[in-house]
Design a protein around this ligand. Structure first.
Ligand SMILES: Cc1ncc(COP(=O)(O)O)c(C=O)c1O
Length: 454
């Protein structure tokens, strides 16, 4: 499919660029024309260069949060991108702005937000979080943004950019936020970031414990569901712990990244606010836009200016094919990922050469090799060896397994993992099973893991 898509793209490019942009009744401008053979040459060179990527689409790639978008998203993006609408203002792309509003309302409904929410797509999870924390800072000026040490690193940076203090909440050995610490710092906190699917381990922070506390103390709740948000669809399926997910509608703001689990190409984040009145904070004057309609222009409620309308078209087409439902569309896709993680964790737990580090809460699995010893220093070295071997071009193709590494405080190792700490930190293996195809590949992954440890 990938090579077919490239061929199609090449044909599209030839149409647009070799002949110039030809509209009826116009002549192509010669400054835009590329020689017929030259396009093919450049594209061949590009194809060769792209070959240097890791095999992100193959289930043997289980390292970082990377997966190719679904074909329908590619196709819709490419088609809309040839027109290149800009979703900043309705002047720049009325149809794709409408598509964006439709998609955002479906995401808001998934989290249980009522009709008077506010939200839009963004170019990434970081930018979406920036907006949510910017609003948070405007509503609680000078007060801190608090997040756990497991939160994405950008929260601390975003707070610094916004000139807000950032309070990092330590985690207990069981991986829960230290409530005594939180209690002590509550008077200084304006907003608490609760991560629904941490980047490191896919842990879902206990919103059900934190929500009541925040309400009592007048603290805003921001859910960073950039990674885990779509797992909301598994609520009630017995595949996840429902308790934190049941309360998503209590959040003041939520970030979810369709370019992670939403089958989208990069450039598609989303921020949602429960209370649409925060729109007043965005009020600005733009003497060059917003003329075509009195209807809401997305740029009026967004910090970014230009944004690809093609992103909205791609998400819109994907949601038509994969509705946000637990039983059809996205639900079964996420079920496969979750099942893959459970089955992989079960298989790894049964291997002599490996140990599991906790149990996966979503589809990220943390484990470690014990083949050279059980001291944390030895485990760190073996993890790095398995990681390097797995992706080494010198490793036979049938043994390759693309994993990632995860560094954590040794004090947070679960007691039952059988590792003895002789260092403050330990490096372990991390596997992100975010493609539904991973599930059928688990037996092969486990065989490859065994060979890599030897
Ligand atoms: C929980 C979480 N928040 C935020 C981000 C940042 O998102 P982006 O890479 O889209 O900027 C990530 C990225 O991995 C993430 O996992």
């Amino acid at each position: 499919m990938y090579s077919e898509y490239l061929k199609w793209l090449k044909t599209g490019l030839e149409h647009l660029q070799v002949r110039g942009h030809v509209w009826p009744g116009t002549e192509p401008d010669k400054t835009m024309v590329i020689g017929e053979g030259r396009v093919a040459e450049i594209m061949e060179e590009l194809v060769a260069k792209l070959g240097g990527n890791y095999p992100f689409g193959h289930p043997e790639y289980a390292g970082q949060m990377l997966k190719p978008p679904h074909g329908i998203a590619w196709a819709a993006y490419a088609l809309a991108m040839a027109i290149n609408p800009n979703n900043h203002a309705l002047d720049g792309g009325p149809p794709t702005s409408e598509m964006e509003k439709e998609c955002v309302s479906e995401l808001a409904a998934m989290f249980g937000f009522r009709a008077d929410y506010l939200g839009h797509l963004s170019s990434s999870g970081t930018i979406a979080n920036l907006e949510a924390l910017w609003v948070a800072g405007r509503l609680h000026p000078g007060k801190a943004i608090a997040c756990t040490t497991a939160a994405h690193y950008t929260h601390e940076r975003i707070s610094a950019v916004l000139g807000l203090p950032c309070i990092k909440i330590p985690m207990s050995p069981g991986g829960h936020p230290d409530m005594d610490f939180l209690m002590k710092h509550a008077p200084d906190i304006g907003t608490l970031v609760v991560t629904m699917g941490t980047t490191g381990t896919g842990a879902v922070e206990p919103l059900h414990v934190l929500a009541g506390f925040c309400r009592k103390k007048g603290i805003r709740i921001h859910l960073d569901a950039a990674y885990g948000g779509f797992f909301k669809l598994l609520q009630g399926s017995s595949l996840i712990d429902d308790a934190p997910w049941e309360l998503t509608s209590l959040a003041d703001s939520i970030v979810i990244d369709p370019h992670k689990h939403g089958l989208q190409p990069y450039g598609c984040g989303c921020v949602l606010f429960r209370d649409a009145s925060v729109g007043r904070l965005y009020k600005h004057d733009s003497p060059y836009t917003y003329f075509t309609s009195d209807e809401l222009h997305l740029g009026e409620i967004s910090l970014e200016c230009s944004r690809a309308g093609a992103s909205a078209a791609a998400l819109w087409a994907t949601l038509k094919a994969f509705p946000l439902s637990g039983d059809t569309g996205f639900g079964p896709v996420l079920q496969q990922c979750r099942m893959a993680a459970l089955e992989f964790a079960g298989a790894v737990a049964g291997l002599d050469d490996y140990t599991m580090i906790g149990s996966p809460e979503l589809d990220i699995v943390i484990f470690a090799p014990l083949s050279t010893g059980r001291l944390s220093s030895q485990v760190s070295e073996s993890s790095k060896t398995v990681f390097r071997r797995g992706m080494d071009p010198a490793t036979p193709a049938g043994d390759r397994l693309y994993l990632s590494l995860y560094r954590m405080p040794a004090a947070q190792l679960p007691e039952d993992c059988g590792i003895e700490a002789d260092t403050e930190e330990i490096t372990v293996l991390r596997s992100t099973l975010m493609k539904p195809e991973h599930r059928g590949f688990i037996p092969e992954m486990v065989e490859r893991l065994k060979r890599l440890a030897r």
